[in-house]
Design a protein around this ligand. Structure first.
Ligand SMILES: *[C@@H]1O[C@H](CO)[C@@H](O)[C@H](O)[C@H]1NC(C)=O
Length: 140
């Protein structure tokens, strides 16, 4: 197989996979729901909620929006995984947005079942697919 064929297969498979992930969000989407933070040296919440994620003891909730992972960096570092409900509006991707001096918030949104388990990588699948397939379309 040449590179074009390999990339074309990748695009088709990826398109179907992403479709499947979207289809799930109209049904019974489940998201991990947890918080882990350290306040004045005390640990609050579930340690497994932090990176690297460990699902043991982490609760799952049904969600009518998207699953989200939020990370605070700065005075009070925290990791949150939850449902971004439809009521809250669109789930916006944030990449170390500065909320005050030295404090940053990141938010990653996704629409597959329990998809808010991962680090940033899985959330960038859509970006990767768009990049590869876009490059392909330009080249051929
Ligand atoms: C999600 O977890 C938070 C604490 O991290 C809790 O306050 C909230 O009630 C939970 N939500 C649901 C729907 O269980």
């Amino acid at each position: 197989m040449n590179h074009f064929a390999i990339a074309a297969v990748f695009c088709v498979v990826a398109a179907f996979t992403l479709n499947g992930a979207d289809a799930q969000s109209t049904g019974n989407l489940m998201c991990y729901n947890c918080t882990y933070t350290t306040v004045l040296g005390f640990e609050v919440g579930e340690k497994g909620c932090d990176d690297a994620f460990s699902a043991t003891g982490i609760s799952k909730i049904s969600c009518d929006g998207s699953c989200a992972k939020r990370v605070l960096e700065g005075d009070i570092p925290a990791t949150m995984r939850t449902c971004h409900t439809a009521l809250e509006g669109e789930c916006v991707e944030l990449n170390r947005f500065e909320i005050s001096a030295g404090n940053y918030i990141s938010q990653h949104c996704c629409s597959g079942n329990l998809c808010n388990s991962a680090g940033a990588l899985a959330f960038n699948l859509l970006v990767a697919v768009v990049a590869v397939c876009g490059a392909l379309a330009v080249k051929y």
